[in-house]
Design a protein around this ligand. Structure first.
Ligand code: MN
Length: 713
């Protein structure tokens, strides 16, 4: 039979409204794209996507999932692009194919599975549409079914281990029991073939000797239900070799002791019938203690509902029995796929399958609130992002995290010394928000320290705490340094001697626990220099003879010492944003004379000496002469503000920014302050090295014909 028709017939059998033409197109597209390729088995490559499509069709998934299955390897393995798929099959299918492709690329990185839990979360988070995960699971299932054709034993083992640790739990998580069982057994066969063989041999032996007859037990249980007037459907099976093996491992029992290797399922109509059936079973057979579990009243995390018990059943075999309703069973077996089955026959036109829409759909169609919950549990991981270190370690971060959060998550020391970051090999700003699967490389330097600006764009507590702690300790150190400078000036001004001894006296008088605390308070502007100097002068009434001695011992200091030069304080090493701030009114730049105002509680604000705000400041005792450090480090950039008026002509803005960038400067901000038909007034913040740098920019802007006027603000 024609393979194309076979697939379409299968789809039509459960969804008569299926867009057969589109499925056909995908079939042909994939056949052509994979034309020359072969599978490891020697089969034409297209047999793989076709089988994946069949696995999903057997689960009765919607036609977009089937088309995605047909196309899922075209972008990764052929010359076709996601753009072509978008053009030919629309954005929804393109998005699904893109999602599966990304998951496939992800597995290439995952050499180590030690971080299995994080990896599972990553896979879930990247499956923004649950169908992406379903296609991926079907893809993995077919690859496991054909695993024996891969010649490298290491590769086979890696794929099997990844299946066991990542995809089996995911299949279980979304409730795809059949898929999970088969994946697990195939992986088990690869990872521990002797273990599996010994269990299969033992099962064979039991069949021959111990009258292990699933059918006969089903018959007896059915009879029992009928005689109790309970309409029930009973099925039974031998447990999978892997589940038997796992039980032997966890319970540490030998195979001979493990008798309940058969499991039976009783499906009834209502929850009440479940308990009725349980009563019938328990009153007819001896109960195995400790095995009764009621997941009906307390569903499992994945919303699995069932009653479990174990009894010494017919023919004295220990058997496990699960009792549940048909509806619970459908959800348990098909998991999320069950929802598509419910939805068949309803209109599919124009439906958006985005994650949120999907949730709304489920909310509308779910037959129980629990069903809805099951899906929102998947969504949990959407508030996290998972990124890789260059070594392939997975770092989990909250949504919105930036490279600085990543650096701190790797190690506090890495965070503290971050200077730049590369994301997927490209240098990116530190404030870049990270996405799932990003590989992040942090470049550090011993001389780098946390910047106060980082605090604005980190989201993790760890990063924020470290940055704040650094700022606090720095703040104190820098406030102390500032305080010292302020006091030098104040003591000179008041003709007193600046000495540790005097500082100690003042600290005591002003009730500071130490000289350092006093210095910090002065630097912060809580106490003024004058107040400190006055505090060193003993009150006349309190004068003690020995203190007077100390007073007299002051070294001689001529009154006419020139004060100005010595009172200049260097701001070398002080970090902007901690103890010093650059004033927004005059934007001081290195190379021009500066002065500071000690603002109460905020440290020192730096102005240019000719700034109007500074000149008008009413308290001279709160001002300081400052100097830039001698050699200006080219690292730090300062913002100079320009007021520009230019002719409103196309390209004016571009010519201006070109002129600025020619000087190696960066535009930090542009604000249009006034706009008429012929002129624009702008405020342009330019990041420059110093005042000369800005001067050069000014000069070259003035040569531009489009500029009417430009001046520094
Ligand atoms: Mn594939």
């Amino acid at each position: 039979m024609d393979k194309k028709q076979e697939l379409i017939d299968k789809l039509k059998s459960y969804d008569p409204s299926v867009d057969a033409a589109l499925v056909e197109r995908a079939f042909d597209f994939s056949t052509k794209a994979h034309a020359s390729q072969l599978r490891a088995s020697g089969d034409p490559y297209f047999s793989h996507p076709l089988q994946v499509a069949h696995i999903l069709a057997d689960l009765k998934l919607d036609s977009h999932s089937i088309i995605t299955a047909l196309l899922h390897d075209t972008v990764e393995d052929t010359l076709e692009t996601i753009e072509t798929i978008q053009k030919q099959f629309g954005p929804e299918i393109a998005q699904l194919v893109d999602g599966v492709t990304k998951l496939t690329q992800l597995e290439l990185q995952s050499e180590q599975t030690k971080q299995a839990e994080n990896f599972r979360k990553l896979v879930l988070a990247m499956s923004s549409d649950i169908r992406v995960l379903l296609v991926k699971l079907a893809d993995r299932l077919h690859n496991m079914r054909t695993l024996q054709f891969i010649s490298s034993p290491e590769k086979r083992r890696r794929i099997a281990r990844e299946t066991m640790e990542i995809y089996v739990p995911l299949a279980e998580r979304i409730g795809m029991q059949h898929l999970k069982d088969e994946l697990e057994d195939l992986a088990f066969a690869e990872l521990n073939s002797e273990g599996r063989d010994s269990i299969l041999n033992r099962l064979k032996f039991l069949h021959e000797t111990a009258h292990l007859q699933v059918d006969e037990i089903i018959a007896e249980l059915s009879e029992l239900m009928k005689s109790s007037d309970l309409p029930a459907q009973i099925s039974g099976r031998e447990k999978t070799p892997y589940s038997i093996w796992k039980k032997m491992q966890t319970k540490n029992i030998a195979f001979e002791q493990l008798s309940d290797i058969m499991a039976f399922r009783i499906l009834v109509n209502t929850a009440q019938d479940c308990y009725h059936a349980l009563g019938v079973i328990h009153s007819n057979y001896s109960v195995v203690p400790g095995r009764f579990k009621d997941y009906l009243s307390t569903p499992k995390a994945n919303n699995y509902q069932s009653i479990h018990t174990a009894v010494i059943g017919p023919f004295n075999h220990r058997i496990e029995i699960q009792i549940r309703t048909r509806e619970m069973h459908q959800i348990a077996e098909l998991g999320v796929a069950a929802h598509w089955e419910y939805k068949q026959g309803k209109t599919h036109e124009g439906r958006q399958y985005s994650w949120l829409r999907g949730l709304l759909e489920i909310l509308e169609h779910a037959s129980s609130p629990e069903e809805f919950l099951e899906h929102t549990k998947l969504e949990m991981f959407h508030d996290q992002v998972f990124c890789f270190t260059p070594q392939g370690d997975l770092i989990s971060l909250p949504n919105g995290a930036t490279t600085i959060d990543f650096a701190y998550a790797v190690h506090s020391e890495v965070g503290d010394h971050t200077i730049s970051a590369r994301i997927n090999g490209r240098q990116m700003p530190l404030r870049t928000v990270l996405h799932n699967g990003d590989q992040v490389e942090i470049v550090t330097s011993k001389s780098q320290n946390p910047s106060p600006t980082w605090e604005r764009f980190v989201v993790t507590g760890k990063a924020r705490t470290r940055i704040r702690r650094f700022i606090r300790t720095q703040q104190r150190l820098q406030f102390c340094e500032m305080g010292r400078s302020i006091l030098h000036k104040a003591f000179r001004h008041e003709d007193e001697v600046y000495s540790e001894k005097n500082l100690e006296i003042a600290a005591k008088a002003l009730k500071y626990p130490s000289v350092e605390d006093l210095l910090a308070a002065v630097g912060e502007g809580v106490v003024t220099g004058t107040e400190v100097v006055h505090a060193t002068r003993p009150e006349p009434i309190q004068k003690q003879p020995d203190e007077q001695e100390a007073f007299l011992e002051k070294p001689y200091k001529p009154k006419d010492t020139p004060k100005q030069e010595q009172t200049t304080t260097s701001i070398k090493g002080l970090i902007s944003g901690i103890a010093i701030h650059y004033a927004g009114c005059c934007h001081p730049l290195p190379g021009e004379p500066i002065a500071g105002i000690v603002a109460t509680g905020r440290g020192v604000t730096i102005h240019t000496k000719d700034c109007e705000v500074f000149k008008a400041f009413p308290e001279p005792e709160r001002t300081l002469d400052l100097a830039w450090e001698d050699s200006i480090s080219s690292e730090e950039k300062h913002v100079g503000r320009l007021k520009v008026t230019f002719f409103n002509k196309p390209g004016s803005l571009a010519s201006m920014s070109t002129a600025i960038s020619k000087h190696g400067a960066n535009i930090a901000n542009i604000k249009v302050t006034h706009r008429t038909t012929d002129f624009w007034d702008l405020l342009v913040d330019v990041e420059v090295k110093d005042v000369h740098h800005l001067g050069n920019i000014l000069a070259s802007l003035r040569t531009l014909s489009i500029i009417n006027s430009v001046e520094r603000v």
